[in-house]
Structures are given as structure tokens and as C-alpha cells.
Design a binder for this molecule. Structure first.
Ligand SMILES: Nc1ncnc2c1ncn2[C@@H]1O[C@H](COP(=O)(O)OP(=O)(O)O)[C@@H](O)[C@H]1O
Ligand SMILES: [Mg+2]
Length: 410
């Protein structure tokens, strides 16, 4: 009968290599099996998982191992396209369909004809557009904007969402029929912190690939170093781990990477003001990511200044009740500042950036509003850049701007 354990490991290894998706955890094994089964078919697939967990990698593996492999693989980030133009982007438009439509224009579905379309962040599409997606799924046809004849395409749909679509259905922001049509085959990509046993494999692979690519020496991680990385939370999942490893391998070129080094870089990640001086802007990050780091750094400094002010006030003043003395004019600067708990609630990433009188009385929403306003100002009210810097979908940003009634001041 052979050795079933050996057989299983061997099979997982084969699939890992085939799809370029690493990991031996149960979650990854079952993911690899599903990919192996569904890739060669035409069935639509829904991929669920947190940002950075590997959804796009799964989608491209599905395309690559389908009969469509030599045809286009079109990636559409539904969250990044403003609601007003999403239909013309997806389905194209006729000349004259709206002001500015000077020519017929092909949509993504037409560009993907014969191949696969990857609808990333599908949970961000407006409800009206969802009806049209359902029609493409069911009948393979759609109407370009401004056209009265529908168009047929042969496109396989792979969709992904980092939101829980079932919940979105419950609150009415995602169509039930579309959800049921999509969810038949769902691949759930586990978050990295739920498959910690995969971290050493991934870390070693990213490090050695990076060393080869950059022609530098990588001698390995100490056991302790691997353990520390395995215990870290990695809120940005594999993407975060990969960026982390690559910058560390490049900057530490040479010896074995030990525990202290990992701690040093993990600290640099969580407190941008203490960035390693060797590490002005992490090497392989794009401009927006670099800008994001700068923003966080600035906000972090503000937070520290506030903490210093608070310390001065704490030392110099004795507490007194707020409304006791009515003849004296109320002076907020003399008020005792409550403890700053926002850090516990919001974590390292969202800095407390406001007026010191308000410290500790802020709600998460107020901090978020302030962060959005400042980021908008920083990017000259460019919503796309702001959304990217804040790592939120553009549509979410629009919604929040409306919700918080943020207006551009001149
Ligand atoms: N299991 C894996 N093995 C190797 N690399 C991975 C794995 N999962 C993700 N990656 C890499 O991590 C990065 C983020 O993955 P991506 O597919 O873009 O995530 P998502 O689409 O969920 O945000 C990419 O560079 C990808 O190649
Ligand atoms: Mg992605």
C-alpha cells in the first residue's frame, strides 16, 4: 500500500511547485487540491481572504492551469474604479453614450475574451452593476453602455473579496443571487497568522529568492529568528512578510539572521520614528507605499509631541474638577488630560493626532475622520492616492467622506 504520509507530503510538494503557492498547513493543502480540481474547468470561482494573503496568486494559478492559459488574464480592481464609470470600464461604451465618449470603447470583459477576468474586491461593486455581472455569469452577455445590442463573450470569471460577502448580503450591500451564483466554488485563503507553520517555509523562500535576484549572500535564519517571525501577527499577511524579509535580507547582507535582527526590524515596522537609519524608505516599495510610511512617520511624531506636552502639563498642574469654579473662565489648557487609551483600541497603525484636550475622549470614528482629512490634504484631495495611502478601497473612501461630511477647504 505504500506510505500514505509520504505520499501526502509528496503530493503537497508537487502542487506547491506546480502552482508556485507555498505552504504545508492543512489550509494550504486543501486550497491546492481545490485549485488542482477547478483550474482546468470553466467554472467561476470565488476567492475569499484577507488582503495580502495570496488571492491574486490563486487566481493567476487557476488561469495558468486552464485551457485559457494562452489567452488574456485581465485583473480588475473593482474597488479602485469610481462608481460612475465602472460599467463603461467593465462592459465598454458606444460613441456618444455620455459626454466625453468620443469613440466606441472596449471594456475589460471584451479584452478578456477567450481568457479569464479576475474581479478583485467584487464586494465593492455598486448594486446596479452587480445585476449586470450576474447576467454575464449566467448568460455570458452584457450591454455596453449606450448600446441596444448585447454582446457575447467567452470569459471565465474569478472573483475575490476580502470582505465577508455573506454579511454584505445580510446588510443589503451585496446581491444574494450573485452571491449564490459565485459561492458554489469558494477557495478560502487562510490568513498567515492562522497557518504559522508555513512561515519558516515562506521566509526561507523569499529570502533566498531575494538574495539570488540581488546577487547577495543569505546564510539563513537562526531557529530563534524563525520562531519570532512565526509568532508575529502579520496583519498584512504574506505581502507584509515578503516585504519585511526582502528589505532585511538586502540591508543585512552577509551573516545568519538572528533573533535580535528580527526584533530590530519588527520594531522599525511598528514605530516609524525609530526607523533604522539605514532604511530611509524600504527598497522595493512603490512610491505610494513610501508616502504612506512618511505620513505615518509624521503622524507618529505628532503623537509623540502631544505625549511630551501632556507630560509637561501633568507635571506642572494639579488636578481640579472641571466646573467647580464658575467665576473663573473655563480654560481647557488647564484641564487634566485623561489617559490616552486610543492606542489600545486602535493599535499602532492609527496614531492619535489631535488636540491634546481631546486625547482619550476620541472615538475611533473621530480619529479616522482626522486621518482621512489629513491624508486628503497631503495628496491635494486626490482620492485615488489617498485611498491607496490609507489602504482602503476608493469607494470606501468616498463613502467615508460623505459620512463624515468632509469638505475641501480653500
Ligand atoms: N502561498 C504563497 N506562497 C508564495 N508566495 C505567496 C503566497 N501567497 C501569497 N504570496 C505572495 O504574497 C504577495 C501577496 O499576494 P497577493 O496574491 O497579491 O495577495 P492578495 O491578492 O490576497 O492581496 C505576492 O507577492 C504573492 O506572490
Ligand atoms: Mg490583491
Amino acid at each position: 500500500m505504500g506510505n500514505p504520509v509520504y505520499f501526502e507530503n509528496n503530493r503537497t510538494e508537487t502542487l506547491q511547485r506546480k502552482f508556485g503557492i507555498l505552504g504545508k498547513s492543512a489550509g494550504v493543502q486543501s486550497m491546492l487540491e481545490t485549485i488542482e480540481q477547478v483550474a482546468p474547468t470553466d467554472i467561476s470561482v470565488l476567492i475569499a481572504g484577507e488582503s495580502g494573503s495570496g488571492k491574486e496568486l490563486v487566481a493567476s494559478a487557476i488561469h495558468k492551469y486552464s485551457r485559457r492559459a494562452h489567452k488574456p488574464f485581465v485583473i480588475v480592481n473593482c474597488g479602485a474604479i469610481p462608481a460612475g464609470i465602472i460599467e463603461s470600464e467593465l462592459f465598454g461604451h458606444k460613441k456618444g453614450a455620455f459626454t466625453g465618449a468620443q469613440n466606441d470603447r472596449k471594456g475589460y470583459f471584451q479584452s478578456a475574451d477567450g481568457g479569464t477576468i479576475f474581479l478583485d474586491e467584487i464586494g465593492e461593486t455598486p448594486l446596479e452593476t452587480q445585476v449586470k455581472l450576474l447576467r454575464v455569469l449566467e448568460q455570458g452577455e452584457f450591454l455596453p453602455v449606450g448600446s441596444s445590442t448585447s454582446m457575447r463573450v467567452d470569459v471565465r470569471i474569478v472573483a475575490a473579496s476580502n470582505r465577508n460577502l455573506e454579511k454584505e448580503v445580510d446588510v443589503g450591500s451585496f446581491r444574494k443571487d450573485l452571491y449564490y451564483r459565485l459561492k458554489a466554488i469558494t477557495i478560502t485563503v487562510p490568513s498567515l497568522r492562522n497557518r504559522r507553520e508555513d512561515i519558516p517555509i515562506l521566509a526561507n523562500k523569499f529570502a533566498s529568492d531575494c538574495a539570488i535576484r540581488n546577487q547577495i549572500i543569505f546564510k539563513g535564519f537562526s531557529d530563534g529568528a524563525l520562531k519570532v517571525m512565526s509568532q508575529h501577527r502579520w496583519p498584512g499577511n504574506i505581502r507584509e512578510l515578503k516585504n519585511f524579509i526582502e528589505s532585511m535580507v538586502i540591508l543585512e547582507k552577509g551573516g545568519v539572521i538572528r533573533t535580535e535582527v528580527i526584533y530590530r526590524y519588527l520594531n522599525a515596522e511598528s514605530s516609524p520614528t525609530e526607523l533604522n537609519p539605514l532604511l530611509p524608505v524600504k527598497l522595493d516599495r512603490n512610491v505610494d507605499q513610501a508616502e504612506r510610511e512618511l505620513i505615518l512617520q509624521q503622524l507618529f511624531m505628532l503623537r509623540r509631541e502631544i505625549a511630551e506636552m501632556k507630560a509637561v502639563i501633568d507635571q506642572g498642574l494639579t488636578p481640579r474638577p472641571k466646573v467647580e469654579n464658575n467665576d473663573e473662565e473655563y480654560n481647557p489648557d488647564l484641564e487634566v488630560l485623561p489617559d490616552d487609551h486610543s492606542h489600545e483600541i486602535l493599535g499602532d497603525e492609527v496614531p492619535t493626532i489631535l488636540n491634546p484636550h481631546l486625547l482619550g475622549t476620541l472615538t475611533a470614528a473621530q480619529v479616522e475622520k482626522e486621518l482621512i482629512m489629513r491624508t486628503l490634504e497631503r495628496f491635494n484631495f486626490n482620492k485615488r492616492k489617498t485611498a491607496q495611502a490609507l489602504q482602503m478601497a476608493e469607494r470606501t473612501l468616498y463613502r467615508k467622506i460623505k459620512e463624515y461630511e468632509i469638505v475641501k477647504e480653500n
